[in-house]
Design a protein around this ligand. Sequence first.
Ligand code: CA
Length: 227
Amino acid sequence: MKLLSIEDNAELIESLRYFLDADSKIDNATTGKEGLALAARRQYDAIILDLGLPDVPGLEVCKQLRQTDIKAPILVLSGVRDSATKVTLLEAGADDYLTKPFTIAELRARIFALLRRSNFDTDRENIYLLKVGSLTLDPLSGRVERSGKIIKLRRKEFGILEYLMRNRDKIVTRAMIMDNVWEPNCSSWDGTVNVHIKRLRDQIDRPYRHKLIKTAYGLGYTISDRS
Ligand code: CA
């Protein structure tokens, strides 16, 4: 699961990180501008949005996220308790609202409820379950299957596959993979993506006649059901 938090209270995000399972990942933006930029660049399963940000008001950030067609559920955190604010936020495209003070356990439960809700909503189902040919990946449960057979992947392999599948039929470069799957500002050896792709292919393609991951020579990789 990939979360974006747009929140200037670093302590809160640090404790949330501690409470989420090991496979979840949070990118943290401390200003509205930074949050909008990250949301435009990367794909998230849910967004945690603070109403009181140092630059752009949270309500404005919420509107702009929806205007730019970002569909991830948004959970708003706020110190304001009045119902008019809640209504305005829900109208601006927020999915849920949590008033401070709250416990981390409560925040975590709300996030998971949102994810489940959006997962079961038939209109939005396709956003979450990724499918290329006989291969499916569920970003929420972490389940990967090909032709009904469950495939166990390591964390980075899963991240790369998810990223490829979210961009199916498009070429993604090694730099794009690094940028989306590795920690920000991580300096890693350039061949590391190739090594992970090889392991990924061994798992999802090697046993099958029809190969899904293709090399775009000199450019990067693509996943496609086309032959
Ligand atoms: Ca704040």
